[in-house]
Write a protein that binds this ligand. Structure first.
Ligand code: FAD
Length: 377
């Protein structure tokens, strides 16, 4: 049986491991659980259809990612994984400007033609909007997208890892370094022990560049810091059923079970190294924007702040594939701000690629060449 090592167990590595294990492969997962793992901090919005991004290759991946979820959750549930953190609660794209909402509704209706999973698209007035998310400020109308969902990245990642292990995969905690002989990757060293593999799959998010440097591979992954805040509200209603709130700004609101509300997040490019500090500036931005959207949160209880690094590859487009000039080494990266949406689907494609099956996507669109330069690092 062919052996696969997966480095990194965020949403991408966990999904790849899950799929490979289900395909009957021999899988070893290694995760360092770096502080700042993106999956650990992610908000969890799955609603790519109203995005104004024009890049079609990105949209195809995001759309396929959202479509992939219900089947995956059903599979996991059948295996006994009931805590997947996924709920199809719908989203409200909110605005004060009714003209802007009309354009958004138009875009969603157009996109539904080849994405029926968008579900119902409804225009809601102010009171109908607030009835669904009672903490919202005044004056917001909305477009409701019933097929949108939210997912708790930690819960889904853990469900995938548990399931992979039930299907025979092993998981080791520690930092992997890659072992290679001329241009062939032979496995990894972790905690002083060496493990061999036919293929090593790098799912290392923001840390992939440094992991690959000893091979002389310059892998152009940069990362954006995000701080995100979790609050508790007293509202006794079932917050777990509340929709995702997508405002016109770069902030959002999500509700989870047990009165938990998530607001955020920051987009910090100018950072030095892996800076996981929680900063007053970050908190100010989140609270200013979040409380303007939902003034009712001013009297909620602060719970925690999470910090994560969104991994980006050039053009803000994910890359997937084998490293040119290398044997036994494949990767995906650059899941950016929509990695929870795309991660399970890309993991499935990566598993297919690893095992020699034909992926369902046009790999040319996401070639590693965009992010790789060979040579001295
Ligand atoms: P990561 O989750 O960062 O995982 C990489 C893993 O690799 C880590 O565990 C790390 O420790 C491990 N690793 C690295 N190097 C090594 C090594 N040498 N040895 C062992 N292990 C190693 N996406 C959405 O779709 N919707 C959202 O609403 C959303 N909100 C977000 C909000 C925030 C605040 C953030 C930060 C991100 C958000 N995202 C969202 C994006 C999404 O979270 C990321 O794109 C996705 O989680 C990236 O997953 P990944 O597996 O590639 O990387």
């Amino acid at each position: 049986m062919k052996k696969f090592i997966i480095i990194g167990a965020g949403i991408l590595g966990a999904s790849t491991a899950y799929q490979l294990a289900r395909l009957g492969a021999d899988v070893l997962i290694i995760d360092r659980k770096h502080t700042g793992q993106a999956t650990d901090a992610a908000a969890g919005i799955i609603c790519p259809w109203v995005s104004q991004r024009r890049n079609q290759a990105w949209y195809r991946l995001a759309k396929a990612g959202a479509r992939f979820y219900p089947g995956l959750i059903e599979e996991l549930t059948k295996e006994g994984e009931t805590e997947t953190g996924y709920a199809r609660v719908g989203a409200l794209s909110i605005h004060h400007d009714l003209g802007k909402l009309s354009k958004m509704e138009e875009r969603a209706l157009q996109r539904r033609e080849d994405a029926p999973e968008i579900g119902e698209i409804n225009r809601l007035n102010e009171s109908a909007t607030r009835a669904l998310f009672p903490l919202l400020g005044e004056g917001y109308h909305s477009v409701q997208i019933s097929g949108a969902a939210r997912v708790d990245g930690r819960a889904l990642r853990d469900a995938l890892l548990r399931s992979a292990q039930r299907n025979g995969a092993s998981l080791i905690s520690g930092e992997a370094s890659i072992q290679f002989h001329t241009n062939r990757v032979t496995g990894v060293i972790v905690n002083g022990n060496s493990y061999s593999a036919d293929k090593t799959v790098v799912c290392a998010g923001a840390w992939a560049g440094e992991l690959l440097r000893p091979l002389g591979i310059r892998f152009n992954v940069r990362f954006q810091k995000a701080q995100i805040m979790h609050l508790h509200v007293d509202d006794r209603s079932d917050t777990g059923a509340w929709p995702v709130i997508m405002p016109p700004s770069d902030q959002y609101l999500l509700a989870f079970d047990n009165q938990r509300i998530v607001i955020g997040a920051t987009h910090e490019d100018e950072i030095t190294g892996y800076d996981t500090r929680i900063t007053p500036g970050g908190m100010q931005e989140i609270l200013n924007k979040g409380l303007a959207l939902a003034p009712g949160l001013a009297d909620s209880t602060f719970h925690e702040v999470r910090v994560g690094f969104r991994p980006f590859t050039p053009g803000f487009l994910p890359v997937i594939g084998a490293f040119p000039g290398w044997e036994g080494l494949i990767t995906a990266n650059g899941l950016g701000a929509s990695g929870l949406t795309m991660g399970p689907y890309i993991g499935y494609q990566l598993a297919k690629l690893a095992i020699g099956m034909e992926p369902d996507i046009d790999m040319h669109d996401y070639g590693l060449g965009a992010a790789v330069e060979q040579g001295e690092s």
